[in-house]
Design a protein around this ligand. Structure first.
Ligand SMILES: C[S@@+](CC[C@H](N)C(=O)[O-])C[C@H]1O[C@@H](n2cnc3c(N)ncnc32)[C@H](O)[C@@H]1O
Length: 928
């Protein structure tokens, strides 16, 4: 490619695309559309899992190939080959994990330019992309949603100076090298055609001025054609006003006299705008409230099918309009009702979709169908149907393809707001008044009993300016982004071709994307194939194990396409421990190694590392890496040997941060939980288990050997060069802050005690008041946490006053008590002070302690196995973990499965280690 024709420039009107030159952009699109048209005729292509539901023509109409297709993008591979850099095992790449603050940037105009059910703001993603990648690198998001990862990747190239300055000075404060600015290339994929369409419009270039002009014209044309539908007369009967919205109230009947009750007319207090708790029946005077009214289903004729149709009854109750520049309200009068009747007699416009929702497979199906809403057109009252269809028609008729797509991107945002899902909310933030635009309940289909039917101008008028402003300073270019519509289990790009993955998958049963997107997708005439959707949904027969396996397949695909040694950031937002564990297990089964998990502390605005899995209340960010080829190759050669275990640790330590400090002017040093010896053991063990191998070294042997192979500081394990870095920083920050640990089970209780006694060898009575408040209500059903005394006895050492004071206690007392400074270890004054203090054993003794403990745990496990009956009523998770581990080592998969069936499902699903062993045991048994 010569420089003259390098994308995205259009020298002499010529356009360069994937190595070919075209006379202009239309010619480029036409050429690739023809290729896509042929491809769509290939039955094998159409059979790809997750292929959207729609005709060839509908898919082609949405697509802008090769950059965006409303189906799996057959040009992605060319895109990667053209722009990507092949993996070079000799290139030096090393990064530490980086945290994402997902709450950042929620007010940015670009973020707000199009809403989606959940979004991670682009400004929250930009720092990670800057950190993990170089300009021109390829970033992937397989659950791309509205395309924010793409916006972030491009923002790295177009961020304004003030933003750059902010990032640079923050990084400088943290002692990090300055970021390298410049756009990254991005591949975005989503199962949902609506999401991918949004992502495409967010990420592909368009002429902002031309769009703003076309948007204004569109609103003008709509006004010209159907403005009469929104005219009303002021109460003087002469002055004309423009309707902003009409409030429709559901009609009920009185349980006493069966008379019809217009809910809003009777229950709304006109002055305060509050709904009264009780009110009188206008017919018989009986006391009524929302709960004792009877629903009315009126018989209508379905305007699409001409057949009988029953739907809840709505009547117009209130009109909010503007006249002479003043906003006023009135009750609908005769002429208003006449206009509504005239509109109702009009035929349903052809642009209005009339398809039926897949009600039986929808989580919210039972909320809408009994009220009579089963087809798309049912969601629009007659005037809103005319308006929405006209908006769509006008947008879709624009001659310029990119402007047409952007106009659809603009008007599709009125679909929810013009439908009956838009609730009337006269009180907002405790006060009467406020906009009635897009007041639908998010994340569900819910038709309330008061609906604000907005005019197109009221819903979309202000949005146009906002869109123009949002996109004006954000410059995208053709060739920066490629968008595909399909499942993340199969992304059509070569192995090892991606430099970084940022992803925010669906988490469990929070949001039913395919169901929710059906409303908008029906307008595009291309809908989601919900079969591969990664959610938990009993209506689609998807429980947690199905979700976990789907996620595992998606992560395996990420693993395949990521270059070795590269990183993936996963944002997690679900408060269920079981879902969290499903993700952890899926990640590890796919081959990723987790290097850090952090949670945003919303109150403090800072991050804390997460050590326990049961107390997941906030958004979590997982940083995981694909081990480099070297480690895997050596493992394949050597097998599951002790050397492979140490090789893993060596590689893993390289991926952990050397230092972690809090943000702000007075930074504090944080403990790095992933550097805890036991945590490292667990990561190593998981790695072997996921390779289907035995763990070649026991915990006690591992803990004993660790200090001989690596360096140790403040209870954390380091590579020598990392320790130098840590110590340098520590020297400048005297006060080390202890990482906050949740105590939720026996393991985390022990971890808490280790941390406590490391810093402060103490007597039982000193430990007790600090320890007790940690034992919260987070305990799992049936699980027992041993008493403090037993925990101390089994896991720590107590100095009984005989012999020399152990060095752990000696150094603590001499640092913290002036009068005990410089005393020998056998000094009587020191001995008295040291007596009965519990402390963390040094590695040699730790091995003995650990062996003793393991034996005891296995004895208890044998007792669990001997319990007759179907259920274990009470158990210790540590016993189960030790038992599973031993059974795995003995290849006794049956024992694992048998015990797993005796414990509550939650206990299994909420424990990452148990789940991993159980899952592998099942796989092994299947193979046997
Ligand atoms: C949490 S949202 C992503 C939102 C995105 N971060 C944003 O800012 O807009 C998860 C997305 O995953 C998509 N999805 C669900 N199952 C999928 C699958 N198997 N493959 C690809 N995408 C899937 C859903 O359609 C949804 O858009």
């Amino acid at each position: 490619m010569t420089d003259l024709f390098k994308e995205p420039s259009r020298t002499f009107g010529l356009v360069e695309c994937l190595g070919q030159t075209f006379a202009n952009d239309d010619a480029r699109r036409e050429f690739f559309l023809n290729l896509l048209r042929d491809k769509l005729k290939d039955p094998a292509f159409r059979k790809i899992e997750g292929f959207p539901v729609g005709t060839d023509e509908a898919i082609l109409a949405m697509s802008d190939p090769p950059y965006y297709t409303a189906c799996p993008n057959p040009f992605l591979e060319d895109f990667v080959r053209h722009f990507g850099k092949a993996y070079d095992p000799n290139s030096k790449y090393s990064r530490e994990p980086m945290t994402v603050d997902v709450s950042e940037g929620k007010t940015a105009p670009l973020y707000k330019a199009h809403s989606y059910h959940t979004k991670v703001p682009h400004l929250a993603i930009v720092p990670s992309i800057l950190h993990y990648t170089e300009p021109g690198d390829i970033v992937l998001d397989g659950f791309g949603g509205s395309g924010m990862t793409g916006v972030a990747a491009q923002w790295c190239g177009t961020a304004p100076a003030a933003y750059r300055h902010g990032v640079e000075s923050e990084w400088k404060k943290q002692g990090r090298p300055a970021p390298r600015w410049g756009a990254r290339r991005v591949i975005l994929n989503d199962l949902s055609p609506a999401a991918a369409f949004m992502a495409a419009n967010y990420n592909l270039p368009f002429d902002v001025d031309a769009f703003s002009k076309a948007g204004k014209q569109l609103l003008k044309d709509v006004e010209h054609e159907i403005g009469w539908m929104y005219e009303t007369l002021q109460t003087d009967g002469i002055t004309k006003g423009r309707i902003e919205y009409t409030v429709w109230s559901e009609i009920f009947t009185c349980p006493h006299c069966a008379g019809e009750v217009n809910f809003l007319d009777e229950a709304l207090d006109e002055d305060s705008k509050r709904v009264k708790d009780s009110f009188s029946c206008p017919h018989c005077g009986a006391d009524l409230n929302k709960d004792n009214l009877n629903r009315v289903l009126e018989s209508r004729i379905d305007p699409a099918s001409g057949e009988k149709w029953k739907r809840v009854k709505f009547c117009p109750s209130l009109i909010s309009y503007v006249s002479g520049g003043v906003r006023r309200e009135k009750q609908p009068d005769k002429s208003d009702l006449a206009i509504l009747a005239k509109i109702e007699a009009m035929p349903l416009p052809s642009d209005m979709p009339t398809v039926r929702f897949p009600i039986e497979q929808m989580y919210h199906g039972s909320r809408i169908a009994p009220k009579g809403f089963s087809h798309i057109h049912h969601f629009f009252l007659p005037r809103a149907a005319q308006a929405m269809a006209l908006l769509w028609h006008k947008a879709n008729s624009h001659p310029n393809f990119r402007i047409r797509e952007m106009l659809l991107f603009y008007v599709e945002q009125a679909i929810w707001g013009l439908s009956v899902l838009n609730r009337y909310q006269p009180i907002q933030q405790g006060r009467p008044g406020g906009s009635q635009v897009n007041r639908q309940l998010t994340g569900v289909y819910y038709v309330g009993s008061q609906h604000a039917e907005c005019s197109p101008q009221y819903n979309l008028g202000l949005k146009l300016d906002r869109l123009g402003k949002a996109f004006r300073d954000y410059k995208t270019a053709n060739g920066n982004a490629a968008i595909s519509t399909g499942t993340a289990t199969g992304i059509p790009i070569p192995d090892g071709s991606v430099d970084y993955v940022f992803t925010d998958p669906p988490f469990g049963e929070n949001i039913f994307y395919a169901d929710l997107n059906f409303l908008v997708e029906s307008w595009h005439r291309v809908t989601t194939d919900a079969k591969p959707e990664a959610i938990v949904d009993k209506f689609k027969n998807k429980a947690l194990p199905q979700y976990q396996h789907l996620m595992q397949r998606c992560f395996a695909e990420y693993y395949r396409v990521l270059k070795p040694g590269r990183w993936m950031t996963v944002v997690f937002s679900n408060s269920k421990a079981a879902v969290w564990n499903a993700i952890q297990v899926a990640l590890q089964q796919a081959g990723f190694v987790v290097a850090e998990v952090t949670a945003l502390d919303k109150v403090q605005g800072s991050y804390r590392q997460v050590t326990s899995t049961t107390a997941v209340k906030q958004d979590l960010v997982i940083s995981a890496y694909k081990p480099n080829g070297g480690l895997e190759d050596r493992f394949n050669r050597r097998g599951a040997t002790v050397d492979s275990a140490w090789d893993f640790v060596q590689t893993h330590l390289k991926h952990l941060p050397a230092v972690k400090v809090t943000k702000g002017d007075f930074p504090e040093l944080l403990n790095i939980v992933e550097r805890d010896p036991r945590r490292i053991y667990d990561r190593m063990a998981s790695w072997f288990i996921r390779h289907g191998e035995m763990v070649p070294i026991s915990t006690p042997e591992f803990l004993a050997e660790l200090p001989h192979r690596f360096r140790e500081a403040d209870g954390m394990v380091y590579l020598p060069e990392q320790l130098v870095e840590y110590e340098k920083v520590r020297a400048g920050i005297p006060q080390a802050k202890q990482a906050e640990l949740f105590v939720s089970d026996e393991r985390s209780a022990i971890d808490w005690l280790i941390n406590f006694l490391y810093k402060r060898p103490s007597t039982r009575s000193e430990i007790h008041p600090d320890y007790m408040p940690q034992i919260g209500s987070a305990k799992k059903k049936g699980e027992i946490i041993p008493e403090l005394d037993q925990l101390l006895e089994d896991n720590f050492l107590r100095y009984d006053g005989t012999g020399e004071v152990p060095s752990q206690i000696h150094s603590y007392l001499s640092t913290n008590h002036k009068d005990l400074r410089g005393l020998s270890k056998s000094n009587p004054q020191l001995v008295v002070k040291a007596k009965d203090r519990w402390y963390v054993a040094d590695p040699n003794k730790a091995q003995d302690l650990e062996s003793k403990r393991e034996k005891m745990l296995l004895k208890e496990f044998a007792a669990y196995q001997a319990v007759s009956g179907r259920r274990l009523k009470e158990f210790r998770l540590e016993v189960l973990r030790a038992g599973f581990k031993a059974a795995w080592a003995a290849k006794d998969y049956k024992a694992i499965i048998a015990i797993a069936q005796k414990i509550p499902e939650d206990a299994l699903q909420e424990d990452e280690k148990l789940l991993l062993w159980y899952d592998q045991a099942l796989t092994r048994m299947e193979k046997m």
